[in-house]
Design a protein around this ligand. Structure first.
Ligand code: VTB
Ligand code: MG
Ligand code: MG
Length: 323
C-alpha cells in the first residue's frame, strides 16, 4: 500500500465528521449517519486507489452507498480492501454524548475479515499483553494475565465494558475479581483502541458488540501493537448462514487477530465527531471555520499521527447541512 493513502483516508474521515457533527444533539441519528455516509462516499472518489468495500453500510440491496462490494477510488492506485463506519456512534451524536468518530480501516486486498453485520464477542489489550490473551479463558484468568503483563495490581486494573444487560454477569465477575470497570454507552472501536494507549488508563476491553466494529478495531489495534481475539455470535439460523456465505465454515470459530486482519500492513484513520478521550470532537470556531482532530496510523511502520485541521466551510459547501 502507498503511504500517501493513509493521509488521503484522513481527509475522508474529516469530511464525514464535519458533516455529521452538524447533527449533534438534534435527536436524529439516521440523519447524522446519512450526512457522514454521503460526505465519506463523495470524498472517496478522489483517492488514487482501487478500493473495495468489505465492511460498509450494508448489503447492496439495503444500502444506497458504501455497500459491501462497492468499488471506491479513481482506480489509479493500490488494490485495497476498505472497512468503514462513517459514523461510529449514531446515538452518541443524536444525544450529544462523548466519543463518536468517523472511522476507516484499509488493508491489502483480501486481508480484512468479511464480517457480516451481527454480534461479535471481543477481547482487546495493548502491546504489553500481546500474545497472552485468549478469548476462551475465563475472565478471571484474563484479568490476572493482563494485570501481570501491564505490571499493575488487580485492584488498579481497568476493564472497559459496554453498558448492556447482556454484560451484567461479566461485569459482576470482573468486580468480584477486584478489578475496576469503566462502563460506556456506545462506540466500542474507541474502547478497543483505548487499551493500547497507556494515558487512557484502560487495560482490557471485553464484551459483545458489532462485528463490523470488531474488524475495524482489529486494524487499529494492529497499528498500535496490541492484540485482539473475537468470535461471531450469530443470533439465528439466518445469521449463521450469512457467516457460511461469507466463507466461514464454522461461524463460531475462534478468530485470532490474524484472522481479523491477516496482513502486516493495515491503515486506520479516525476523526472525532463529538468530544472524546481519544480525539476532540469537531469544533465550530465561528465564521466558516471548523476544526477537526484525527488520528491516522499504519501497522507496517507503527507511525501514529495526530492531525488537527482547520476547514473553511465556505470552500466546502457540500459539507454544510441544509437548514
Ligand atoms: C455495537 C458496538 C458499536 O453499537 O454495535 C453497538 O459495536 C450496538 O449494540 O460500537 P446494541 O445492539 O446493544 O445497541 C455501537 O456502540 C455503536 O455503533
Ligand atoms: Mg455505521
Ligand atoms: Mg457503529
Amino acid at each position: 500500500m502507498d503511504r500517501e493513502l493513509a493521509l488521503e483516508l484522513v481527509r475522508v474521515t474529516e469530511a464525514a465528521a464535519v458533516s455529521s457533527a452538524q447533527w449533534m444533539g438534534r435527536g436524529q441519528k439516521d440523519e447524522a449517519d446519512d450526512a457522514a455516509t454521503t460526505a465519506m462516499r463523495t470524498m472517496f472518489d478522489s483517492i488514487a486507489m482501487e478500493g473495495t468495500v468489505v465492511i460498509g453500510e450494508g448489503e447492496l440491496d439495503e444500502a444506497p452507498m458504501l455497500y459491501i462490494g462497492e468499488k471506491l477510488g479513481n482506480g489509479n492506485g493500490p488494490e485495497v480492501d476498505i472497512a468503514v463506519d462513517p459514523l461510529e456512534g449514531t446515538n452518541i451524536v443524536a444525544k450529544g454524548h462523548n466519543n463518536a468518530m468517523s472511522v476507516i480501516a484499509a488493508a491489502d486486498r483480501g486481508a480484512l475479515l468479511h464480517a457480516p453485520d451481527m454480534y461479535m464477542q471481543k477481547v482487546a489489550v495493548g502491546k504489553q499483553a500481546r500474545g497472552q490473551i485468549r478469548l476462551d479463558d475465563p475472565i478471571e484468568k484474563t484479568i490476572e494475565t493482563v494485570a501481570k503483563a501491564n505490571n499493575k495490581r488487580i485492584n488498579d486494573l481497568t476493564v472497559i465494558v459496554q453498558e448492556r444487560p447482556r454484560h451484567n454477569e461479566l461485569v459482576e465477575r470482573i468486580r468480584a475479581k477486584g478489578a475496576r470497570v469503566k462502563l460506556f454507552g456506545d462506540g466500542d472501536v474507541e474502547a478497543s483502541i483505548a487499551t493500547c494507549l497507556p494515558h487512557t488508563g484502560i487495560d482490557l476491553f471485553v464484551g459483545t458488540g458489532g462485528a463490523p466494529e470488531g474488524v475495524i478495531s482489529a486494524a487499529a489495534v494492529k497499528c498500535l501493537g496490541g492484540d485482539m481475539q473475537a468470535r461471531l455470535v450469530p443470533q439465528n439460523e439466518e445469521e449463521a448462514q450469512r457467516c457460511s456465505d461469507m466463507g466461514l465454515n464454522d461461524p463460531r470459530q475462534l478468530l485470532t487477530h490474524h484472522d481479523l486482519v491477516s496482513s502486516d500492513d493495515a491503515l486506520f484513520a479516525a476523526t472525532g465527531v463529538t468530544e472524546g478521550e481519544l480525539l476532540h470532537g469537531v469544533k465550530f470556531l465561528g465564521g466558516d471555520l471548523a476544526e477537526t482532530d484525527s488520528i491516522v496510523m499504519r501497522a507496517k511502520t507503527g507511525t501514529i499521527r495526530f492531525i488537527k485541521a482547520n476547514h473553511h466551510l465556505d470552500n466546502k459547501p457540500h459539507l454544510l447541512k441544509n437548514d
